[in-house]
Design a protein around this ligand. Structure first.
Ligand code: NAD
Ligand code: UDP
Length: 312
């Protein structure tokens, strides 16, 4: 049995990770400040003697004895990470330093949830890990993009300078049950709008693309990455290469929900990337044959079921 700390454990991805690692017979400590996470995401785990909840903010040091750390704490939706940009930077940067300090002291392995946003508005398509990215360092997304880029740098330097056992994954747009109704990201927005028969809000002309990964595929990739030998530190892309325009996504969700919603067009947010697709060659070769298994329609059906219940 391993003792595993998951920061951001009450969030969308973190709650799935808590559940999976508990089911595999580990002891799980879920740390969260509940900025975008909710106890309702993990309430079904409360009462399990191997599950502990800690209310804490990772911008402050935290002391505990653990074998592994998954560092997920950070708001991920543009509206939430821009709400308090300085706090977002502090969470990425000071949070990384605090968690790496903990990993250094305990000799724990630590995995950083980095992001495809490190590639910015990419001029190379699809994006391999070797691409350095095209990020506006002073734009509205920079608190998140540069915060995550700086966190990668901090991770790499703790590894080279202090031999900390690190893993970096770059997560591409992930969706699924337990996204917040008010999350603000595109999949949950469109589904909630469709189910409430509200207008579906496409930003820009809807021709921008994203590659959407179902949460179960991400969790599998994350755990496989944590279990690779210490020599493989990443960064490694974890995503589903299936690429869709926002217009295609909106139409798919309208079809699957049978909604009467109409599509409306709103201004494209500043620095919104035009296209995004992961090159997952490295993940496939290093993560023991990992490949995304859930295609968009199947994942959307599960997610729609979740929101139907949530909105009852
Ligand atoms: P989320 O907002 O649902 O989860 C983030 C969690 O971190 C929340 O529970 C929140 O309360 C918590 N948190 C935020 N700041 C904190 C702080 N200072 N101290 C303690 N807890 C804090 O988002 P998510 O989609 O589950 O994302 C989880 C991680 O994965 C994030 O680091 C995000 O950057 C990364 N990621 C997600 C995606 C995606 O598509 N979902 C893509 C790339 C990277
Ligand atoms: N988007 C949209 N309508 C919405 C929310 C988002 O058209 O209601 C667009 C957004 O402009 C972006 C894409 O969907 O082009 C993905 O946005 P999201 O916030 O989900 O993720 P990110 O931009 O961080 O990849």
């Amino acid at each position: 049995m391993k003792r595993i700390l998951i920061t951001g454990g009450a969030g969308f991805i973190g709650s799935h990770l808590c559940e999976r690692l508990l089911n595999e017979g580990n002891e799980v400590i879920c740390l969260d400040n509940y900025f975008t996470g909710h106890k309702s995401n993990i309430e079904h785990l409360i009462g399990n003697p191997y599950f502990e909840l800690v209310r804490h903010d990772i911008t402050q040091p935290f002391f505990i004895e653990v074998d592994e750390i998954y560092n997920l704490a950070c708001p991920a939706s543009p509206i939430h990470y821009q709400y308090n940009a300085i706090k977002t930077i502090k969470t990425s940067v000071m949070g990384a330093i605090n968690m790496l300090g903990l990993a250094k002291r305990t000799r724990a392995k630590i995995l950083q949830a980095s992001t495809s946003e490190v590639y910015g508005d990419p001029s190379i398509h699809p994006q391999p890990e070797s691409y350095w990215g095209n990020v506006n360092p002073i734009g509205p997304r920079s608190c998140y993009d540069e915060g995550k880029r700086c966190a990668e740098s901090i991770f790499i330097n703790y590894h080279y300078q202090n031999n900390v056992r690190i893993k970096i994954i770059r997560i591409f747009n992930t969706y699924g049950p337990r996204m917040n109704v008010n999350d603000g990201r595109v999949v949950s927005n469109f589904i909630v709008q469709a189910l409430r028969s509200e207008d579906i809000t496409i930003f820009g002309d809807g021709l921008q693309t994203r590659s959407f990964q179902y949460v179960d595929d991400l969790i599998e990739g994350m755990i496989r990455m944590m279990n690779t030998d210490d020599a493989f530190i990443g960064p490694v892309n974890i995503g589903n290469p299936g690429e869709f325009s926002m217009m295609e996504l909106a139409n798919k969700i309208i079809d699957l929900t049978g909604s009467t919603s109409r599509i409306v067009y709103m201004p494209l947010p500043e620095d919104d990337p035009l296209q995004r697709q992961p090159d997952i060659t490295l993940a496939k070769s290093k993560l023991n044959g990992w490949t995304p298994l859930v295609q968009l329609e199947a994942g959307l059906i599960e997610t729609i079921k979740y929101f139907e219940k949530k909105l009852e």
